[in-house]
Ligand binder design. Structure first.
Ligand code: UD1
Ligand code: MG
Length: 463
């Protein structure tokens, strides 16, 4: 943490190149808006909440970011320099005169805190008025080019749109992260003009202004260029997401999680997984999903906001959302747990079973081909293949209760609201419309009839 350090985050632009209804910084990568990564970075580096410059879709931005930032409004997006002017006005009004100001771009989410700490150290060591972060890219594309003089000092930044061919060939580019001494930033902002290809106030022009005023300007080249990737298009968003994915998986592996094929999984940065869990290929884990240790997550499993205990086996093709799975449970293959499902310890939910708002007590089983919705299933109850809870009467959802140790024969329909008492049996093929008392047997199928010799007579007729 650095005292005396104010952070500004630039986030007012729409991000036209995204071709989206949604402002760029609220696009998500690995489960979080990209600006969240920048906010994390800011909170890592300064104890003061950053000043965020907002303009486009400011209501959605403020709703998403909340009290994690203070806000400066930029009514018209007249360039990055103009954006910083709006934030500087707030800081100046608060009486900030000395210390340093770190400027981050809301669309550059991958920078590591250690890198920024290095930038701050370098800035102080060299006594610079401005130290910026740069990177070397094989394809410098649309980034601003860093022009250095004969002795290697940074002279100016030329935006790609304003660059001639010789400058375009420079492969050192501006990462969009700047550390200014507050005093020099405020003084020189006033001198910016908008005479360039875009008619914008470029923050990058401050560099030239500081040089002219005889101030020291330095640049630190980031060793891992991934850290300075910006999101300006969908392609860059995909690149950034893949870097975050790689980091997420690396971190989980370092914590003791096995991945059989780490390149194929999609895991949000918000997901937690315990050690000795094995994740198979093509698994997607999203949102607030939390998996315990010693679990096996088989191929094609998709979990969103699911809490999984320890030693759980989730088999191939299972889809679950907003649910809980207890220790030692087995789910799938191809099970569908819909919101409000809570499976207790050692529960078994087998293939092609769908559940919704269903609570299963310890050891309860529904092993094959069932729909169990709006249901309470007691411990050790056994639900036979093809059992359906008829929970919806066309108007409202009704509840089914299956008490502890009850046995529901295969192909039963439980027409809710209905209760099967503790230890009761329901014969296979029954349609249960009335409560079943504890320890009784309920049967509702039509009695079987045998017609002797019927088949032979039928075959004779056909001849
Ligand atoms: C900017 C830099 C470029 C650098 C690149 C790194 C300038 C002039 N250029 O270009 O040298 O290589 O970042 O990623 O600074 N914003 C505002 N208000 C505005 C304009 C922009 O808040 O009026 C915000 C945007 O929302 C964005 C950030 O500033 O978060 C950067 O703007 P963007 O348009 O993405 O600039 P680049 O073209 O990427
Ligand atoms: Mg950008």
């Amino acid at each position: 943490m650095s005292d005396n350090l104010e952070v500004i985050i630039l986030a007012a632009g729409l991000g036209t190149r995204m071709k989206s209804r949604t402002i760029k910084i609220l696009h998500r990568a690995a489960g979080r808006p990209i600006v969240d990564y920048v906010l994390d970075l800011a909170s890592n580096i300064s104890s003061r909440p950053p000043v965020m410059v907002i303009g486009h879709q400011r209501d959605s931005v403020q709703q998403s970011v909340g009290s994690r930032a203070r806000y400066a409004i930029q009514e018209e997006q007249l360039g990055t320099g103009h954006a910083v002017m709006q934030a500087a006005r707030i800081l100046e009004a608060e009486g900030v005169r000395s210390g340093n100001v770190l400027i981050l771009s809301g669309d550059v989410p991958l920078t590591r805190p250690e890198t920024l700490k290095g930038l701050i150290d370098e800035h102080r060591r060299a006594g610079n008025a401005l130290t910026l972060l740069t990177m070397k890219l094989d394809e410098p594309g649309l980034y601003g080019r860093i022009v250095r003089d004969g002795s290697g000092n940074v002279q100016k930044i030329v935006e790609a749109k304003d660059a001639d061919d010789a400058i375009k060939r420079i492969n050192e580019v501006n990462a969009g992260i700047y550390l200014f001494s507050a005093e020099h930033l405020f003084d020189n902002l006033r001198k910016l003009s908008n005479s360039n290809a875009q008619g914008e106030y470029y923050l990058t022009d401050l560099l030239g202004a500081l040089r002219t005023a005889g101030q020291r300007v330095g640049a630190m080249i980031v060793t891992d260029p991934d850290e300075a990737l910006g999101v300006n298009s969908r392609a860059e968003l995909a690149t950034v997401e893949s870097v975050i994915q790689r980091r997420v998986v690396q971190k989980l592996m370092s914590e003791g999680v096995t991945f059989r094929n780490p390149q194929t999984v999609v895991i949000d940065s918000t997901v937690v997984i315990g050690n000795d869990t094995v994740v198979y290929p093509y698994v997607t884990l999203e949102g607030s999903t939390k998996i315990g240790s010693g679990c096996v997550i088989e191929p094609g499993v998709h979990l969103r906001d699911v809490i999984v205990g320890n030693d759980v086996h989730v088999k191939t093709g299972t889809v679950a959302e907003e649910s809980e799975i207890g220790d030692h449970a087995t789910v799938g293959p191809y099970a569908h747990l819909r919101p409000g499902t809570r499976l207790g310890e050692s529960v078994k939910v087998g293939n092609f079973v769908e559940t919704k708002k269903a609570i299963f007590g310890k050891g309860a089983k529904a092993s094959h081909l069932s729909y169990i919705g709006d249901a309470d299933v007691g411990a050790d109850a056994n639900i036979g293949a093809g059992t359906i809870t008829c929970n919806y009467d066309g108007v409202r959802k009704n509840k089914t209760t299956i008490e502890e140790g009850a046995f529901i024969g295969s192909d039963t329909q439980l027409v809710a609201p209905v209760r099967v008492g503790k230890g009761a049996y329901v014969g296979a093929g029954s349609t249960i419309t009335k409560d079943v008392p504890a320890d009784s047997l309920a049967l509702s199928r039509t009695p079987q009839r045998i017609v002797e010799g019927w088949a032979n007579r039928k075959r004779e007729e056909k001849k």
